[in-house]
Design a protein around this ligand. Structure first.
Ligand code: CAA
Length: 258
């Protein structure tokens, strides 16, 4: 299937999805969200792929859900269709790690999409914001929950209640962004992180991601119990034997995802 609102490529073991609606600053309309979900699911199913990168253009990662498409929406329609269910959740449901490579605007649903990813790399020009309040609504794709967890209540409240944007440097300081990288290196750097992850044992990557995400969902005690069970389970893999043997033999491990 040819895509119209995104481009998709494979770089070694990393799947790269580029949001591509330049005329609307990559606003997330229904077509783009459906194509993004399809692309993510395909990479999830592809055994050659170990990580996924989502990026946009230099000017915009994504300037939010498509306001023109949303303007005439009604309450019953949104509720019955579960507007932000289904395809909108494809990225947050991915089991393989997803890296957001953000340049320019990451606003509203665009910021929320970045926050659904596991790691955010950004350039100096990145601007994060949840300006839905200026449209008479609130963030609807997880923003009120994920931003608080990422940057704490004070900054999240100010951004969500006043619509203030956060520049890249502040976003990195606050913990929303993992690293700021030079403009020209953004995609290569994100792919490099993806390649590094893809070289690890996939079962341990999937379970490490799942254990970290548990920290947001449960108590410390439960989370530690989960971590311990998962840790023990990895001793059942061939990759654990290979990884530790390689260390002892002073050679590179060759994981086979078993
Ligand atoms: N939806 C639809 N179209 C959008 C868009 C959006 N979210 N953001 C930008 N565009 C369109 C503009 O309408 C414009 O198209 P036209 O030339 O046809 O008018 C084009 O993209 C370029 O945008 P601007 O001329 O506005 O560019 P700018 O550089 O002057 O401003 C901006 C950039 C500050 C990002 C501004 O476009 C803006 O404020 N965009 C909206 C941001 C926003 O409110 N996002 C939240 C959306 S709601 C949401 O996301 C709900 C949710 O939680 C799921």
């Amino acid at each position: 299937m040819a895509f119209e609102t995104i481009t998709v490529e494979t770089r070694e073991h990393v799947g790269v999805i580029t949001l591509d609606r330049p005329e609307a600053l990559n606003a997330l309309n229904g077509a783009l969200i459906a194509e993004l979900a399809t692309a993510v699911r395909r990479f999830e199913e592809d055994a050659q792929i170990g990580a996924i990168v989502i990026t946009g253009s230099e000017k915009a990662f994504a300037a939010g859900a498509d306001i023109k498409e949303m303007a005439e929406r009604t309450y019953p329609q949104s509720m019955i269709e579960d507007f932000i269910g289904g395809d909108w959740e494809a990225v947050s449901r991915a089991r393989k790690p997803v890296i957001a490579a953000v340049s320019g605007y990451a606003l509203g649903g665009g910021c929320e999409l970045a926050m659904m990813c596991d790691i955010i790399l950004a350039t100096d020009s990145a601007r994060f914001g949840l300006p839905e309040i200026t449209l008479g609504v609130i963030p609807g794709a997880g923003g009120t929950q994920r931003l608080v967890r990422a940057v704490g209540k004070a900054k999240a409240m100010e951004m969500i209640l006043s619509g203030r944007f956060m520049a890249a440097e502040e976003a990195e300081r606050a913990g929303l962004v993992s690293r700021i990288v030079p403009d020209a290196e953004l995609l290569d750097e994100a792919v490099k992180v993806g390649e590094k992850i893809a070289a690890m044992s996939l079962p341990s990557v999937i379970l490490a991601k799942s254990a970290v995400n548990r920290a947001f969902e449960t108590t410390l005690e439960e989370g530690i119990r989960y971590e311990r069970a998962v840790f023990y389970s990895l001793f059942a893999t061939e990759d654990q034997k290979e990884g530790m043997a390689a260390f002892v033999e002073k050679r590179q491990a060759r994981f086979r995802d078993r």
